[in-house]
Design a protein around this ligand. Structure first.
Ligand code: GLN
Length: 495
């Protein structure tokens, strides 16, 4: 194994906590920016040239003001939608680049610096760039999209590289890493959000850029010490001089494992489709249909957004400990995914209860407990699925495709986010009861299907979840020998 022997912290290699810290700063930057982005677009619409004429609104019409504010909001949401989708498409490119050309370490530095530039482009005060505000906006977004592509899949695969194959601590490690992600998002909402909303939106972006810079500096300063060689060489080249081997087609076992990654990633579309209602339809439900008044004081609906990351921080160590404690009876990844779907479904049952409580009334408000319960279940589902999925990809992916497949994992969550927006609109059209009920049923059916498929999926993993430890060197040896055997049996190619 090429991880340096710098000892462990809480039973895990210290490198895990460096990756935790780097990802925490990156997510602080990412979620902080996302939290204020739409508000910024609407507030500075004038500087971007988005006036009434831009939206073809007649300023003399009686509804001009309302139409204009609607047009501004939907324009802003449209830009956010494009951004959110592409941000999850580029990890495929970033993963390929790391696997084949750069290695993950270089990719995350390039990605981090690009994201920092993106935040600074968004934060450049408009008085210095008169007439180029829209250009700077798009330069900023493109840098963030590309930067995230290089950063996100590769920091995640490096977590997996810290552990030998079959090491039972891997799922727990990803769950700890996931705490870093959520600590970062809470920090982002609080620091970037507060500076952005209370002082100036563009100072918020500049702060997000500084957060990203801190992540890059942390990585540059400590990675040699705590990560050793992990992520230095592109994985496709880690064939110990046997370059030709990396060009060989996949063996049938490897293809089965890739199949498992793709099938399970596909199911995550349904998970994210439901989960991502948090910022959309559930947020609107909180604002307009939930009783948020406590002792005469009304809580801002957006506060409920932090319930999820707070539950992640509280529950992640519990989940990590439970997986490790369960030992041999720990459920396999497809079963954990199925549990994740069931929890998602339960969350939407709670939303159905909220919808039932208000019935057809226009004025009745649901109790906030339903939303808190929904977020609690959604978080439990997330912890059974998201960190487990990251861990699974690093377990199952053939060495030379690890980061590319991690990119695919994020791509499916991008598709989920896209469908989430469609479902959000449906809530407006059919009403919350039918839409939330529909998502609950979909989640339960998907969970059941996964549970039934789990044995088959585990077969296709070909022992990748077994606890027999195997070092990276052994894995390379095994891949090389299988590739050699494969050469001798060309009929395998067609299996
Ligand atoms: N919230 C998690 C993150 O930011 C999961 C994102 C995802 O996979 N869609 O990493």
């Amino acid at each position: 194994m090429n991880t340096p022997n710098t000892g462990t912290l809480f039973g895990h290699p210290k490198g895990l906590f460096l990756l935790f810290g780097t990802e925490m700063w990156e997510r602080m930057s990412y979620y902080g920016m996302r939290g204020i982005f739409v508000l910024y677009l609407v507030a500075f619409a004038g500087n971007f040239g988005w006036d009434m004429a831009y939206f073809d609104i007649d300023p003399l019409s009686a509804t001009a003001e309302q139409d204009y504010s609607k047009a501004l909001q939907s324009n802003a949401l449209g830009i956010l939608g494009i951004y959110a989708f592409f941000v999850y498409v580029t990890p495929v490119l970033g993963g390929w680049m790391a696997d084949n050309k750069w290695g993950q370490r270089k990719a995350i530095i390039v990605g981090g610096l690009l994201m920092m530039c993106g935040q600074f482009a968004l934060g450049t005060p408009h008085e210095y760039i008169k007439g180029m505000e829209v250009t700077f906006l798009w330069i900023g977004l493109i840098c963030l999209i590309l930067g995230n592509g290089f950063f996100k899949p590769n920091i995640s695969t490096m977590v997996g590289d810290l552990y030998e194959d079959g090491d039972k601590r891997r799922d727990a490690a990803f769950t700890i890493f996931y705490m870093g992600i959520n600590l970062g998002s809470i920090l982002g909402y609080m620091v970037v959000g507060t500076i952005g909303e209370k002082i100036h939106y563009q100072y918020g972006f500049l702060t997000a850029g500084v957060g990203m810079l801190l992540g890059v500096l942390l990585q540059l300063a400590l990675s040699n010490k705590y990560l050793g060689n992990v992520g230095v060489e592109p994985s496709a080249k880690q064939k110990k001089g046997n370059e030709a081997a990396s060009n060989k087609p996949l063996t049938s076992e490897e293809r089965d494992r890739v199949k498992v990654i793709l099938i399970m990633s596909f199911f995550t579309i349904i998970f994210w489709l439901g989960f991502e209602q948090a910022a959309g339809s559930m947020n609107l439900f909180a604002k307009y249909k939930t009783d948020l008044v406590f002792f005469g004081w009304e809580m801002p609906a957006s506060w409920l957004q932090s319930v999820n990351p707070i539950f992640v921080i509280l529950l992640a160590p519990v989940f990590a400990a439970v997986w490790v404690k369960m030992g041999d009876s720990e459920p396999n990844s497809p079963k954990k995914f199925a549990l994740g779907m069931f929890f998602l479904g339960l969350g939407f049952v709670s939303m159905v209860m909220a919808a039932l409580q208000i019935g057809d009334s226009e004025t009745a408000k649901a109790h906030v407990i339903w939303l808190v319960l929904a977020y609690l279940f959604h978080t439990m589902g997330e912890l059974c699925l998201s960190p487990i999925g990251l861990s699974m990809v690093t377990k199952l992916a053939p060495l030379k495709y690890t980061s590319l497949l991690m990119g695919m994992w994020f791509f499916f969550s991008g598709v989920g986010n896209y469908f989430a927006a469609l479902v959000g609109k449906l809530v407006g059209e059919t009403g919350p009861l039918a839409a939330f009920g529909g998502v609950a049923i979909m989640a339960f059916v998907a969970g059941l299907l996964l549970w039934l498929l789990s044995d088959k999926l585990v077969d296709w993993m070909h022992g990748a979840e077994d606890s027999k430890p195997q070092t990276l060197d052994e894995k390379i040896e095994e891949e090389m020998s299988v590739t050699g055997a494969h050469e001798a049996m060309p009929e395998n190619h067609n299996k």
